[in-house]
Design a protein around this ligand. Structure first.
Ligand SMILES: [Zn+2]
Length: 113
């Protein structure tokens, strides 16, 4: 499942960052998930609970923020919300996805001895 791989990557990155800072545990993780990232929140949560066991995140709280998709014109930088036309109204250029397509590890609270 897609979510499984995402959580594994997320945990790996969290553990790397935690050990960079000499942390013994991660207290809280804040993750933003774009609405176009194709993530099912229930599956994501289930994968998280399954995979965090035995890692530095074993007791970490997970906070998920959903990010609304936004598109941008490469020329005039106009921002267009999802659901509209995929071309800029002014320049007729195809829009670029600016936010909402990815998963980001935004913040971590670490336990450092
Ligand atoms: Zn434009």
């Amino acid at each position: 499942m897609h979510e499984w791989g995402l959580v594994e990557t997320l945990l790996r990155r969290a553990e790397e960052k935690a050990s960079e800072h000499g942390a013994t545990a991660v207290r809280r993780l804040t993750v933003s998930i774009g609405e176009l990232a194709g993530v099912e929140p229930d599956l994501f949560e289930a994968a998280w609970l399954e995979f965090r066991a035995g890692t530095l995140c074993a007791n970490a709280a997970l906070e998920v923020r959903s990010v609304v998709a936004e598109w941008e014109c490469p020329d005039c930088k106009a921002i267009v919300a999802a659901g509209g036309a995929l071309r800029c109204a002014a320049c007729r250029k195809p829009l670029r996805l600016r936010a909402g397509g990815e998963i980001l590890l935004e913040r971590m609270e670490l336990e450092v001895p």
